[in-house]
Design a protein. Structure first.
Length: 467
């Protein structure tokens, strides 16, 4: 349960990293309001000197846990994974003495369970059972080992740290003129920020194609380790699904082998016999093999949570978008909606003013007024980096900065005759890249516009020479 709550809290912090809303208020209360109130109370009760010393120690501890890179959740992850696996290998449970007897006036035997005995039950000796073969002893170990390797790779592979020396290597994207303005300089590192990069205050480095900082990995997720992060999520989803199904099979085998649904249960405390019901059988299982039931429930719940997180990141990867950029796009959409409301209100107000003016001057008068003509509403821009699902996923699996040679930045040149009102005209830009053979593919329309641009350039050079 602690693991579930902790992961849900971290999940919420990742998705709702904002000062607004319920999560923002809780975060502000935990990190600022409560510590400040507690510090004032300690200084009032213990004096300024002692209270300030205790408050300083507490503030330092809270700052280390929340605002600094630390291995706390990494250690917690290992404890949970290895602890749960040890419960599968060796489960401590309360077992029962089985007494079979013939029920009078019935042709079949009934089992009565006396819930009085205590002994140690091992998980692996329960395999093979009716629903699991002995091979699962080895496949379970292999699944845990593979996922620990994936976790280690996600923790240790560099996300793509940008420095003055390798800045050219990460010039893989051009500015989209909306989320990433060209020529912006990082005030901390002092480099010109490549588009899609961001300075991570926890890793204290500038990360290429920054996605987010994962506390379970104690690592920033960026261009060069995003594939290992997705592999980590996918592997753990499959591991948890396998664990939930395996533990469920053990529970079903326990019910079938001991014929629990056709048995009577004896309660030593009340000295009564109880007929088998689903609730009684569940209580028996929870009392006798609580470890199997606990691991089954834990795996099922965490599989659902991680699966949702995996789907979210797969959708982002399919659109060639990062978590950081999804926040920016959300802010941009909200700003565009607010502007659209003001625009529509202004259009309605001008139309009413124009109608009133026409009524006053008469229907025959020319009511056209250039001052009342609103410029067309600029459409919400589209994702500049989306190149199709296949190429987007290939960019994740084969990062542009790791290709040999690295793919250089795409140069976006405004197409001639552009500048119309709708987004299609505004987005008529041509990708011109000297590195097309390195994997940056152009669409047919982009190739046609490129050839047209080259012809116009040659024609312009010919005209200059003739002049």
């Amino acid at each position: 349960m602690t693991y579930v709550v902790s992961l849900l809290v971290c999940f919420a912090c990742v998705f709702f990293d904002t000062d607004k809303g319920l999560i923002g208020k809780i975060s502000t209360a935990v990190s600022e309001d409560i510590p400040n109130a507690l510090g004032k109370g300690l200084r009032f009760c213990l004096g300024k000197r002692i209270g300030s010393a205790i408050t300083g120690c507490m503030s330092g501890s809270v700052d280390y846990v929340i605002n600094q890179r630390n291995p706390i959740l990494q250690t917690f992850y290992l404890a949970i994974v290895l602890g749960a696996y040890s419960m599968v290998v060796r489960l401590q449970a309360k077992s029962s003495t089985i007494i079979r007897h013939l029920v009078p006036n019935t042709p079949f035997s009934t089992t009565i369970f006396l819930l009085t005995h205590h002994q140690v039950m091992y998980g692996y000796p329960m395999i093979p059972c009716k629903y699991l073969s002995s091979i699962h002893k080895y496949t379970a170990f292999g699944a845990v080992a593979v996922n620990l390797v994936l976790w280690y790779l996600a923790c240790t592979v560099s996300p793509g740290i940008i420095t003055h020396e390798n800045l050219e290597r990460y010039q893989c994207y051009s500015s989209d003129k909306y989320l990433f303005a060209p020529g912006r300089k990082c005030p901390t590192v002092g480099i010109v920020k490549p588009p899609r990069s961001k300075y991570c205050k926890l890793t204290q480095a500038h990360v290429a194609r920054f996605d987010h900082f994962c506390p379970w990995l104690n690592q920033a997720v960026g261009a060069e380790n995003y594939r290992w992060f997705l592999a980590f999520l996918l592997g753990h989803c499959l591991l948890l699904l396998y664990g939930a199904l395996g533990m469920g099979a053990l529970v079903m085998a326990e019910v079938a082998d001991k014929e629990l649904m056709t048995s009577k249960f004896y309660n030593a405390k009340t000295n009564t016999h109880v007929e088998a019901t689903k609730w009684v059988v569940f209580q028996y299982l929870l009392f006798n093999i609580w470890g199997v039931v606990a691991v089954c429930v834990l795996c099922a719940v965490m599989c659902a949570v991680l699966f949702g997180f995996l789907v979210y990141h797969l959708l982002l990867a399919a659109r060639n978008m990062t978590t950081n950029e999804s926040y920016k796009w959300g802010d941009l959409r909200k700003a565009h909606q607010r502007y659209s409301k003001r625009y529509n209100a202004e259009v309605l107000e001008r139309a009413e003013r124009k109608a009133k003016k026409a009524c006053r001057e008469g229907s025959d008068s020319d009511s056209s007024d250039d001052d009342d003509v609103m410029p067309p509403l600029e459409a919400l821009p589209t994702n500049h980096f989306n190149r199709g699902i296949y190429l987007n996923f290939m960019e994740v699996l084969r990062p542009l900065s790791l290709r040999d040679p690295p793919v250089r930045a795409l140069e976006w040149v405004a197409s001639p005759g552009g500048g119309g009102g709708d987004s299609a005209d505004q987005e008529k830009e041509e990708v011109v890249s000297a590195e097309n053979e390195n994997g940056v593919e152009l669409t047919k329309n982009q190739k046609a516009r490129r050839r047209k641009k080259q012809k116009e350039k040659k024609r312009a050079e010919t005209d200059e020479r003739e002049d």
